[in-house]
Design a protein around this ligand. Structure first.
Ligand code: HEM
Length: 310
């Protein structure tokens, strides 16, 4: 599951995530607890068609379902909190199967192994008395892992809208073409409306659920669109480490356009789904990133707990 010498178990990590969010909250995800789902269409540009055989990167549009969320496991954290947001996209493929792509509003992940992630969630455990993490424990974690400082100190935007943020899938994935040639890539969704964030003063005036309300209102005036970009890795670019960016000058393709049009009819059904970053399709493979591999098991554990309403 991981090349990490002291890899924690999935149960240890999900337990720790629950504690970090002062949970558990029965029936809810152990991360990104509060979310809202929409439907739309993804239309490929064809730019990826020669590099990956994936059905949704060829030439036919495919239906999609998207869940936007706040990253916190605590559902009471208001939308204006300076936390990352999530965009989980399910592409419904012509053969009746589906594939998922999960993104967040910062480009780097905070850990390059499950053990580092576990160390961070333990350091962020709220104090029993004041409900806040111990700053000294967080500082000790950063001091012990100086290479993670840039990732851990990223400041996520408080977006005007779920539709005015960029979302990075963070990990490398591997495209495979018709003759088996392999190309590492990293994905990013870019909002067609442009990136826009609130000032601290503006954020202070927003309702606790302003992001959900705003997006419903936005769709009443027309679709919300995103373009999907893929950065092409070159020899030597690390594929195993989600805390390290590739050089900005790497070639980038615009591989498709997503138009979200309406809320899903059955929010409860879609909120109950499990989006999984390792649910891929022919033409896309996992990279050697141990965090990516671990996530499949963590999401399954969270899904199992919330399905039991525990
Ligand atoms: C060791 C690393 C990680 C662990 C243990 C972890 C754990 C989790 C868990 C337990 C959930 C709830 C799953 C469910 O109940 O369906 C979740 C949701 C989510 N995570 Fe992670 N995560 C990790 C890394 C990441 C990274 C690198 C990203 C960047 C794309 C990410 C993005 C998301 C998103 C967008 C959701 C919400 C999915 C949805 O709406 O269903 N996570 N994560």
């Amino acid at each position: 599951m991981s090349n990490d010498p002291v890899a924690p178990t999935v149960v240890q990590v999900v337990d720790s995530m629950e504690r970090m969010g002062s949970g558990p909250y029965p029936g809810l995800r152990r991360s990104s607890a509060r979310g809202v789902c929409f439907v739309g269409t993804f239309t490929p540009t064809g730019q990826a068609a020669g590099l990956s055989t994936a059905a949704h990167f060829q030439h036919r549009p495919v239906p999609v379902t998207v869940r936007f969320s706040n990253s916190e496991g605590n559902p009471h954290v208001p939308d204006a909190a300076p936390v990352t947001r999530g965009m989980a996209t399910r592409f419904h493929l012509p053969d009746g199967t589906h594939t998922d792509l999960l993104g967040i509003t910062v480009p780097l992940f905070v850990a390059s192994t499950p053990a580092e992630f576990h160390g961070l969630t333990e350091a962020l455990r709220p104090d029993a008395v004041d409900g806040r993490p111990d700053p000294a424990a967080v500082q000790a974690h950063v001091t012990a892992h100086p290479q993670l400082a840039a990732a851990i100190t990223q400041v996520p935007p408080v977006p005007v809208s779920y539709g005015s943020a960029a979302y990075w899938a963070v990990h490398a994935f591997i495209w495979v073409d018709a003759v088996g040639a392999r190309q590492p890539v990293r994905y990013r969704w870019e909002p067609e409306a442009g990136r826009a964030e609130l000032t601290a003063e503006e954020a202070a005036t927003r309702a606790a659920d302003y992001l959900t309300r705003e997006f419903h209102e936005r769709l009443r005036h027309g679709p919300a669109a995103f373009t999907l970009h893929a950065q092409l890795g070159e020899d030597g670019d690390p594929t195993h480490d989600p805390t390290v960016a590739w050089p900005e000058e790497r070639k980038e393709l615009t591989i498709g356009r997503l138009e979200l049009t309406t809320p899903v009819e059955d929010q409860e059904h879609w909120d109950g789904q499990k989006f999984d970053p390792t649910r891929l399709t022919a033409g896309i493979e996992l990279s050697d990133d141990p965090v990516l591999a671990f996530r499949a098991h963590a999401y399954a554990e969270s899904f199992s707990r919330r399905s039991r309403h525990s």
